[in-house]
Design a binder for this molecule. Sequence first.
Ligand code: ZN
Length: 128
Amino acid sequence: MEEVKGEEKVNTEGVIRQEDPLELHYKKFRQKISECYKELRAIGVICRHDYACCLSCASYEMADRYGDDTDYVYYHGGDNDNVQNGAKTCYLRWNLTSEKLPQVIEILKKYGCDYPGYGKAFVFPVPE
Ligand SMILES: [Zn+2]
């Protein structure tokens, strides 16, 4: 896994500063969850980033769009905001068929998610 490093940024006075720790935190999260999503997509799971605003809107929209017998995972806008504000974990909400669930659990274990997580969510750890 390639390490994400903070970029040096130049402000309007031409002073170089280190990248904001929260930006870096979020960047690491996005890199890790994107790697995870790549593996999940390879087994046919629909994966969404920063989807809708909250759990009730997101679960309604996903079910409306894909139906109940489709395999999908996502984190919603509120979960995304929490990570941007420094949360060390992100809830990865899911709808998975009994056939797909064990395969997804195996993949997510590699990313530090235990099963069961929190209700119908895996607890995805953000890398330090
Ligand atoms: Zn909402």
